[in-house]
Design a protein around this ligand. Structure first.
Ligand SMILES: CSCCC(=O)C(=O)O
Ligand SMILES: [Fe+2]
Ligand code: NI
Length: 183
């Protein structure tokens, strides 16, 4: 179940809001310009290829491309067996921003997005069928946990794909990690 926790940036221990109500999560995120939707489940064979996944969700991907001007889409998938899972986890675990919206659709699995917006940190546990779009310039980080298990469709308008501008802040080290929040 998708969960949203909202913290004051200076108090990573006591969230001011915790909700599992999808409609409330969407409302609270939309208020900050963060798109949050549930897409329908599309039937996929186990071990489906990137092209098969993108084909299955072609309708939604084309809609977002049309609405937001994205030009490319890819699929990122990690499992606990991935030899570089620790390096991948660290790559996203430092606060950064992008010059374009960060759009992620969870075909399967789950991951934690930490959105540092004004004086709050919105911690969103995204799971299967969740679509989140983090507005360009929003400082954020992502924790896939010690045993990552997710498949995400990513949409880009930047021809260079995933480019991050790290803020150099250590705020991510002060907030609860995936294993602290996800059972
Ligand atoms: C699920 S992709 C990992 C998250 C990400 O791309 C990012 O934080 O920039
Ligand atoms: Fe990012
Ligand atoms: Ni959900």
């Amino acid at each position: 179940m998708t969960v949203l926790r909202i913290y004051n940036e200076n108090d990573p221990v006591n969230p001011v809001t915790v909700t599992e109500d999808s409609a409330e999560i969407a409302t609270l995120l939309n208020e900050k310009g963060v798109r949050f939707e549930h897409w329908p489940t599309r039937t996929l064979e186990a071990g489906a290829s990137q092209d098969e996944i993108l084909e299955a969700y072609a309708g939604e991907v084309e809609r977002l491309k049309g609405e937001c001007g994205f030009t490319t889409a890819d699929v990122v998938s990690l499992s606990p067996a991935h030899p570089d899972k620790d390096a991948f986890r660290q790559k996203f675990l430092s606060e950064h921003r992008h010059v374009e919206d960060e759009v992620r659709f969870f075909v399967g699995g789950q991951g934690l997005f930490y959105l540092h917006m004004e004086d709050k940190v919105y911690v969103v546990l995204c799971q299967q069928n969740d679509l989140i779009s983090v507005p360009d310039g929003t400082t954020h980080w992502f924790d896939m946990g010690p045993e990552p298990s997710f498949t995400c469709i990513r949409l880009f308008s930047n021809p260079e794909g995933w480019v991050a501008d790290f803020t150099g802040s250590d705020i991510a080290t002060r907030f609860p990690a995936f294993e602290d929040l996800v059972q």
